[in-house]
Ligand binder design. Structure first.
Ligand code: SAM
Ligand code: SF4
Length: 324
């Protein structure tokens, strides 16, 4: 379905939980965030009802995220049903990879096509520091299990942070030379716990300079349109991508809206605008009423975000509460 700026909106990102087994320092404050009470979280049945309505409105792509989606009980059963819902053509998952090793093959089996794994450093000490206690080995095992399971493409998302991991870009590129991995380098966004971190931002332009030894050549992404600019380069089995939410926003091509774990439909990651679908769902709304609400939210999707500009007020929720 189209919004008022003639963008075709067909992609729903679904956060199934605000809980997480890590506390990444740019995503959550050290003290964590108070978890939502369980009764505030949409049930799987409620989410599946919304998905069915969305497919009826033309949505085709669905990504499950969190918090950490793999910590929610019953996630495999939910993904099985989601994958079998008529109109769901593309089902993907974003995860921190900690619980992935024993689950990768099952994810593939139930119909998840591919995974994005967040990994910011290949150094155990730094990993522990950035995640406040995580074990790098778990994520590396999850990456290998995903490759073996044929979750293709396997993408690694690295948030680049000056004076923390900006010396590791070449090491990540080497991983994509060794394995068919698609590395996406992401600009740190001034959102959530990293709200005051302008000096930690490394622009995509600078990232590219640091990778000039790869002789990068632009290519089409491993699967369809998205916010990343993709490149191939010397010796790469996978690809390299860059996501620049700040230095070059990609709003004109945006095709997505987001559903938070507590049932708010957000037309833009960086806007405070959200619509309470849970209230409608639990207030006995008909399918027609819910469909109308979703249509209105999509229609009013902002033309672009104002993140980083004066007066911007997108920080009501931290990233783990939206889903990234
Ligand atoms: N827990 C899962 C994970 O880490 O992949 C899914 C949810 S997490 C909020 C989704 C993505 O948001 C992760 O790739 C994470 O690195 C990214 N993220 C969180 N805070 C960010 C920030 N301030 N700037 C850029 N990316 C951020
Ligand atoms: Fe958890 Fe993902 Fe946020 Fe890290 S980025 S704290 S793994 S939700």
């Amino acid at each position: 379905m189209d919004d008022q700026y003639q963008r075709s909106i067909e992609y729903l990102r679904i956060s199934i939980t605000d809980r997480c087994n890590l506390r990444c320092r740019y995503c959550m404050p050290a003290t964590g965030v108070p978890w939502l009470p369980p009764e505030d979280i949409l049930t799987y049945e409620e989410i599946l009802r919304l998905v069915t309505l969305c497919t009826g409105l033309g949505f085709r792509k669905f990504r499950v995220t969190g918090g950490e989606p793999l910590v929610r009980k019953g996630v495999l059963g939910f993904l099985t049903e989601l994958a079998q819902t008529e109109g769901v053509e593309d089902l993907t998952l974003t995860t921190n990879g900690i619980l992935l090793r024993p689950m990768a093959a099952k994810l593939k089996e139930v119909g998840v096509k591919r995974v994005n794994i967040s990994l910011d450093t290949l150094d155990q000490d730094k990993f522990e520091e950035v995640t406040r206690g995580g074990r790098l080995g778990d994520v590396l095992a999850g990456i290998h299990a995903s490759l073996e399971a044929g979750l293709n493409p396997v993408k690694l998302n690295m948030v680049v942070i000056r004076n923390f991991n900006d010396t590791e870009l070449a090491d990540f590129a080497k991983l994509a030379q060794e394995y068919p991995l698609h590395i996406r380098f992401i600009e740190l966004m001034p959102i959530g716990a990293s709200a005051a971190s302008g000096e930690e931002l490394v622009s995509v332009a600078e990232m590219k300079q640091r990778l000039d030894f790869l002789n990068l050549v632009p290519v089409k992404g491993p699967e369809g349109a998205g916010p990343a600019q993709h490149y191939t380069g010397d010796g790469l089995k996978g690809s390299i991508g860059f996501i620049s939410a700040l230095s070059q926003h990609f709003c004109a091509g945006c095709n997505r809206v987001r559903l938070t774990a507590d049932g708010k439909l957000k037309p833009c990651l960086h806007s405070t605008q959200e619509f309470d679908l849970r209230e409608l769902l639990r207030g006995g709304a008909s399918d027609a009423q819910l469909r109308e609400a979703i249509t209105q939210v999509v229609w009013h999707k902002p033309s672009r975000h104002n993140m980083g500009l004066e007066g911007w007020q997108g920080r009501k929720r931290v990233m783990s509460q939206i889903g990234g």
